[in-house]
Design a protein around this ligand. Structure first.
Ligand SMILES: *[C@@H]1O[C@H](CO)[C@@H](O)[C@H](O)[C@H]1NC(C)=O
Ligand SMILES: *[C@@H]1O[C@H](CO)[C@@H](O)[C@H](O)[C@H]1NC(C)=O
Ligand SMILES: *[C@@H]1O[C@H](CO)[C@@H](O)[C@H](O)[C@H]1NC(C)=O
Length: 261
């Protein structure tokens, strides 16, 4: 077998593979640790307990680090937020709830991009996180499909310093506006999560007020306050992530109706 023939075979094979695994509805997941998922993580160890709402399904794919689609399984961000111990996050329960409410929704593609411990400045246009988000979003479209929304859960790291909290709205809205523009999707639906936790209660309220104020078009907020936390008092527990995933799904289905066919 000649080398060229072999390469052609490889190409054809990967083409067939990518044809098999390609989503029709794509969601970007970004932010910090609670989007990446720390459910079931204590003392830097994940308990490996996967709730029914987070089990793999042939209708739920994830864009892996190497930008190929694979059947999604927890921890969804394992190869993305790779310097931390990842656990259960909101992505899988979100996708399961969408499919439960709308069985004809289509194959869902999740694009994990969240990085633990990042402040909003580290997501500004020009940053590595921003560039990776745009690159992964672009890659997610190569096999077809459409980006339906950005799910965003971030801000805990901006509750440590008064100036960061005061600047949160300007920095957040710049990020949202820039990412919509760079994805060529000026009306991209965004669903953000209002913080359940933070480092300083006063500054957490400043950030939460920005998140709950919610005054950009096509921006929705779900409030994670009150959901159960892990022992670190910072990270949502596995049951909390399941509930959050359902809240995100409801916010999407209730606020961003299907285009008229
Ligand atoms: C984590 O470690 C602390 C201190 O060693 C211990 O008290 C706690 O029980 C541990 N938590 C879990 C969930 O293992
Ligand atoms: C890409 O990553 C996925 C998941 O980690 C793996 O299964 C697959 O073999 C990788 N593909 C390539 C071409 O490296
Ligand atoms: C954001 O995080 C980076 C990295 O930890 C840090 O250098 C920076 O001071 C933080 N705050 C701002 C406003 O950039």
């Amino acid at each position: 077998m000649s080398l060229n023939f072999f390469l052609a075979f490889l190409l054809a094979f990967s083409f067939v593979q990518s044809q098999e695994l390609s989503p029709t509805k794509i969601f970007l997941l970004a932010g910090q640790s609670n989007m990446a998922g720390r459910g079931g993580v204590n003392n830097d160890t994940w308990n490996m307990l996967i709730p029914p709402e987070s089990t793999p399904s042939p209708f739920i794919l994830r864009l892996s680090l190497n930008k190929t689609w694979v059947v999604a399984h927890e921890p969804l961000h394992k190869d993305i937020d790779s310097t931390k111990v990842c656990g259960v996050g909101p992505g899988m329960p979100f996708a399961h709830e969408i499919l439960a409410e709308d069985p004809n929704f289509g194959v869902i593609g999740l694009v994990p991009c969240a990085i633990g411990g990042t402040n909003i400045t580290q997501w500004a246009k020009g940053s590595n996180n921003y560039r990776h988000l745009v690159e992964r979003a672009d890659a997610s479209l190569r096999s077809g499909g459409k980006i339906e929304a950005l799910l965003w859960y971030q801000g805990e790291s901006d509750t440590q310093d008064q100036t960061d909290a005061n600047m949160y709205k300007e920095r957040l809205y710049n990020f949202f506006t820039n990412i919509r523009s760079d994805l060529n999707c000026p009306n991209l639906p965004i669903i953000q999560v209002a913080l359940a936790s933070g480092y300083n209660p006063t500054l957490e309220e400043i950030v939460r007020a920005v998140q709950l104020e919610n005054d950009l078009p096509n921006l929705q907020t779900v409030d994670a306050k009150g959901l159960p936390l892990e022992g670190d008092r910072l990270h949502l527990s596995t049951p909390a992530q399941v509930q959050l995933g359902k809240m995100l799904a409801d916010a999407f289905l209730n606020n961003f109706p299907k285009p008229i066919q």
